[in-house]
Design a protein around this ligand. Structure first.
Ligand SMILES: C[S@@+](CC[C@H](N)C(=O)[O-])C[C@H]1O[C@@H](n2cnc3c(N)ncnc32)[C@H](O)[C@@H]1O
Length: 447
């Protein structure tokens, strides 16, 4: 056996996961926190860190019982990483191996606290039942979400909130979008199967969507570097067809139509629009210049072209040339509560006060962009949110302010929220809609 293929030692992975989890306490996202992880340790660390976040409520309630004063961030991170593994069903490691490895990690990074880590984890193993019974008395531990989030979900989804919370604890599906300019989805499915990857189509409402199960690194996807395919959630793949295709009485966008993607970064939907319609004159804006660079990179990989510009889309005077748009995609900044499975840290990073601020920004963006549409033009408002305030209430308020706007019914869109987990109830899916994906809201307004 060569050293190069040896699995990294568990104590190294626990330590890296502890670092990532300690940064979460400082308000950094897990994606950001994992960027500092050495590449060889990243897959294992990511698995441990995500498990830590999915057990955040339970680990917090256990640590509150087990450690009298708040532990330093790295010590708390290590306890969280180890406790989450001890709680996992089925367990991935024998409990005593896990404790020994956590202590070894502590000796390396926080030697003065190694005794504490040992004592806390061993006490957990001895008194697990009683400690868990107390922990589960807190709603954060019982439901693995902050209380304000639970209340909002209960209010917005009185029949489905519990199923939605359970769904949020599952790992996300690995969905791909096939680049139609290079091959048909059926041809790419055959390429995947030829490469030994199990894959199937996502469903008729997302014709370019493919589901690969089990997930694999993108480097194993045939043609990824050459732009054959991109990673994109199923519900997000509805934006391009909704904006571009004739829905009901709405015709297809004309050749060479002027399209604005107002909040474009990192560029998933920009690319999808252009893969379907490379003839479009597309302007991609984002207020975050650094994130906008990722749009450029994506377009280069996929060999697509758009004009990219870093502006606050609300500051119309700074960037608009006065030529009306035929179509606008407003994929607005939002709570990201609908992509809770892929980003389980978001629920713990967000504050309830963020929601009101986001709702205000979304309304300002709608107000600023609506007048830029040509008569008969269309605006697709989208958020990856499950909260009514960012979805149906926002759309309702817009229609109230703009009696000249017509909301165009979106097929398969009963109740406005799309892509809810199948076990959250078929009532929220429209007829024929079957993307086992995330919470997304779409409203299509015609001027
Ligand atoms: C939901 S993300 C967009 C995702 C993107 N459409 C995609 O499919 O890859 C929202 C984006 O809006 C940007 N944003 C937030 N406020 C903005 C504003 N006032 N003007 C322009 N961009 C804004 C953020 O930087 C962020 O990149």
């Amino acid at each position: 056996m060569t050293q190069a293929f040896a699995a990294p030692a568990l104590h190294l992975l626990l330590l890296e996961a502890a670092r990532a989890l300690s940064l979460l306490r400082a308000g950094r996202s897990l994606t950001e926190a994992l960027e500092a992880c050495p590449p060889a340790l990243r897959p294992g660390t990511q698995a441990l860190a995500f498990a830590g976040v999915r057990a955040h409520g339970r680990c917090g309630a256990l640590i509150a019982q087990l450690v009298p004063r708040r532990a330093p961030p790295l010590v708390e991170g290590l306890l969280r990483a180890a406790l989450a593994q001890l709680l996992s069903e089925p367990p991935s490691y024998a409990p005593h191996t896990l404790v020994n490895q956590a202590v070894q990690a502590a000796r390396k990074a926080v030697p003065a606290q190694a005794g504490l880590i040992n004592a806390v984890l061993r006490r957990f193993l001895r008194e697990r039942e009683a400690l868990m019974a107390t922990a589960l008395m807190t709603p954060e531990a019982q439901f693995e979400h902050p209380v304000w989030w639970l209340q909002r979900l209960k209010q917005d989804w009185p029949e489905h909130w519990q199923a939605m919370l359970l769904e949020a604890q599952k790992p996300p599906p690995f969905a791909l979008r096939v680049n139609r300019l290079q091959q048909t989805p059926a041809d790419y499915l055959a390429r995947l199967q030829g490469a030994g990857l199990a894959a199937r189509p996502l469903g008729a409402s997302v014709p370019e969507g493919v589901w690969v199960d089990p997930p694999c690194p993108v480097t194993q996807l045939p043609g990824f570097a050459d732009g054959a395919v991109s990673v994109q959630d199923g519900a997000a793949q509805l934006a391009a067809p909704l904006l571009l295709d004739g829905v009901g009485s709405l015709p297809d966008l004309p050749q060479g139509a002027r399209v604005l993607d107002a909040c474009a970064a990192p560029g998933g939907k920009t690319a999808h629009l252009l893969e379907r319609r490379p003839d479009l004159q597309l302007l991609a804006l984002d207020q975050d210049a650094q994130r906008l660079r990722r749009v450029d990179e994506t377009l280069q990989r996929l060999k697509l072209q758009a004009r990219c510009a870093a502006f606050d889309a609300r500051d119309v005077a700074a960037w608009w040339d006065g030529q009306p748009f035929d179509a606008i995609l407003l994929d607005a900044p939002c709570s990201a509560s609908g992509i809770n499975r892929r980003h389980p840290d978001v629920r713990w990073l967000r504050r309830e006060t963020d929601i009101a601020q986001l709702v205000t920004t979304q309304a300002q963006l709608l107000e600023a962009l609506w007048p830029l549409l040509a008569p008969g033009g269309r605006l697709l408002y989208a958020t990856c949110s499950l909260f009514a305030a960012e979805g149906r209430d926002q759309a309702g308020a817009f229609l109230h302010r703009h009696p000249e706007a017509r909301e165009h019914p979106v097929p398969g869109h009963s109740g406005h929220h799309l892509g809810l987990p199948e076990n959250a109830g078929v009532a929220v899916h429209g007829a024929g809609f079957a993307v086992p994906s995330d919470g997304f809201f779409y409203a299509l307004f015609v001027r």
